[in-house]
Design a protein around this ligand. Structure first.
Ligand code: TXA
Ligand code: MG
Length: 325
């Protein structure tokens, strides 16, 4: 299949791309859709054959459930059962980089393959205007994992999508680099408690401020927690070995820097990419996956400077620790 790529620039010419993408979705094909976090590999969530193509394209094991993207909280309520806490989180953070794992509405038409047979469903209302336009135009939920091959870091540009998935994608909507660059925060919301399944674009502190209680961790002994691929230790691994909290650069290493000054030995690093020279965590998150892909190409060892465990630093360190595992 020939992949068609449409530049999305925010003007009226974008309609041609949205039309082509909506037609591909209706025909059961795959579309690379920009979101504010990372690019998603989207298919009609009610079409089991289309959803199966996602797994084939990613080379992802079948039992991993997917996030369902919808255009509005009202559309989310047709497929997921909202507790009062879920309603407050949706009101505070949607549209935006928060995924809620809730009990699913039986008989809502979502393909079983999307939820991998669980009685819960992961839903999110993305904020990116191109994702919004596509969801509205399709008028149905779109299942979309990150648009990378299984085990690779998430794709934050149309070039990354094309390099990873090539011809498996019918249409790529190219809106340039994604604004946040790190995936959504995933929380499981039950009547009694809210558990953090994956740190991401909405910080722990922001969520705790809305629910008025501490977020619980999803532990391995937690029977309600499925083995989500985003939670497997090696999920985000680049090919290179990552050495975290590096305070020097050793021979043959590339340096993933954060802030200034650079550590001793940086002058002989294979390559240096600074996630944010001014030490800004938002800027660092946006550059993280692109930097890992770039350094992966020049060295098989990457030294990573310490990154503070606050705000978006929690999600950045989570991805780096998985990459190092
Ligand atoms: O920012 C994002 O979340 C991006 C964009 C495209 O929306 N999507 C994304 O999807 O990162 P993916 O498939 O790469 O990661 C989704 C995570 C997986 O770890 C999956 O197992 C988990 O969500 N998940 C999905 N449904 C779940 C459920 N019912 N219970 C627990 N975890 C679930
Ligand atoms: Mg992923």
């Amino acid at each position: 299949m020939v992949t068609r790529r449409y530049p999305m620039t925010g003007d009226s010419a974008d309609a041609a791309g949205i039309d082509a993408a909506a037609e591909a979705i209706a025909a059961g094909m795959l579309v690379a859709m920009p979101t504010e976090t990372v690019y998603g590999l989207a298919a009609d969530a009610t079409n089991a054959a289309a959803v199966a193509r996602i797994f084939a394209a990613k080379g992802r094991p079948r039992f991993n459930p997917l996030i369902v993207h919808v255009s509005s909280p009202e559309a989310a309520e047709r497929i997921a059962i909202f507790t009062p806490k879920a309603l407050s989180l949706a009101a505070a953070f949607w549209p935006g980089p928060l995924t809620l794992v809730l009990k699913s509405v039986p008989g809502s038409g979502i393909a079983d393959l999307v939820t991998a047979g669980l009685d819960t469903i992961a839903v999110r209302v993305p904020a990116h205007p191109v994702a919004q336009a596509l969801l509205t135009r399709c008028g149905r939920p779109l299942a979309a994992p990150s648009a990378n091959r299984s085990g690779h870091v998430s794709a934050t540009s149309a070039e990354d999508v094309a390099a990873d998935l090539g011809e498996a994608v019918a249409v790529i909507l190219d809106a340039g680099p994604t604004p946040l660059g790190i995936e959504s925060t995933i929380v499981a919301v039950a009547d009694s408690e809210v558990r953090l399944l994956r740190p991401g674009g909405v910080t722990r502190q922001a969520i705790e401020a809305v629910i008025g209680e501490r977020l619980r961790e999803a532990g391995p002994g937690d029977s309600e927690t499925p083995q989500a691929p985003g939670m497997l230790a090696q999920h985000y691994a680049p090919a290179a070995a990552l050495r975290l909290d590096a305070r020097d650069v050793r021979p043959d290493e590339a340096l993933l820097a954060f802030g200034l000054p650079l550590p001793p030995g940086a002058e002989r690093a294979r390559a240096v990419i600074n996630l944010s020279e001014r030490g800004d965590l938002v800027e660092a998150a946006a550059h993280l996956f692109g930097a890992l892909r770039a350094l992966d190409r020049v060295s098989d060892r990457i030294a990573v400077m310490p990154i503070p465990e606050e705000g978006l630093g929690e999600a950045i360190n989570d991805r780096l620790r998985r990459g190092a595992a």
